[in-house]
Design a protein around this ligand. Structure first.
Ligand SMILES: [Zn+2]
Length: 178
């Protein structure tokens, strides 16, 4: 928790205890833009992905599926986010893996709280398609899949930010009325 707090992901208040700091719409957009730059760049730099790398990606995918089936929400959202960190690692770039770890940390917490099982499954299916495209060496498709995957995540985050703003306003009005 302290580590999450130092990253600005959670905060503690005497009244509420620990709570997740949710990204605003602007922050969500920045996270998605940064991820798009890093992840499409990573794919562009790796035309050929070794069979061993593909195997390690598929092992990770199997763990994601297991967590979804097992209804393990915390592990599920961790693994779905971590897949992208793992991909940078597997492709041999620990610097980008570190950057992605930071970029995914915030969205993983939000997903753990709000992502539906259907969305989690969709996310996992996207990962499977991405691995297939990389195995075929189809860079263009891999990049397009990544862009769509992140657009979907961006939409979910900005919906979330919007509904929060509304509930925030509601609270202000409730307080003003009392
Ligand atoms: Zn993903």
């Amino acid at each position: 928790m302290i580590r999450l707090s130092s990253r600005g992901l959670v905060d503690v208040s005497p009244r509420r205890g620990w709570f997740v700091i949710e990204p605003t719409q602007a922050q969500a957009r920045e996270i998605i833009e940064a991820r798009r730059a890093v992840e499409t760049g990573l794919i562009m730099d790796h035309a050929q992905v070794s069979p061993e790398a593909i195997m390690r990606l598929r092992e990770h995918l199997a763990a994601q599926r297991e967590a979804i089936l097992g209804q393990d929400l915390a592990r599920r959202s961790y693994l779905l986010g971590h897949f992208h960190v793992h991909m940078a690692d597997v492709l041999g770039n620990s610097v980008l893996a570190g950057i992605l770890e930071n970029l995914t940390a915030r969205t993983v917490l939000i997903a753990a709280l709000y992502q539906s099982e259907e969305d989690a499954q969709q996310s996992c299916d996207d990962h499977a398609e991405l691995i297939d495209a990389m195995e075929r060496g189809d860079k263009e498709r891999a990049i397009r899949l990544t862009q769509e995957h992140l657009a979907h995540l961006g939409k979910a985050l900005s919906n979330r930010a919007r509904s929060n703003r509304h509930s925030g306003l509601h609270a202000v009005f409730a307080e003003a009325a009392s």
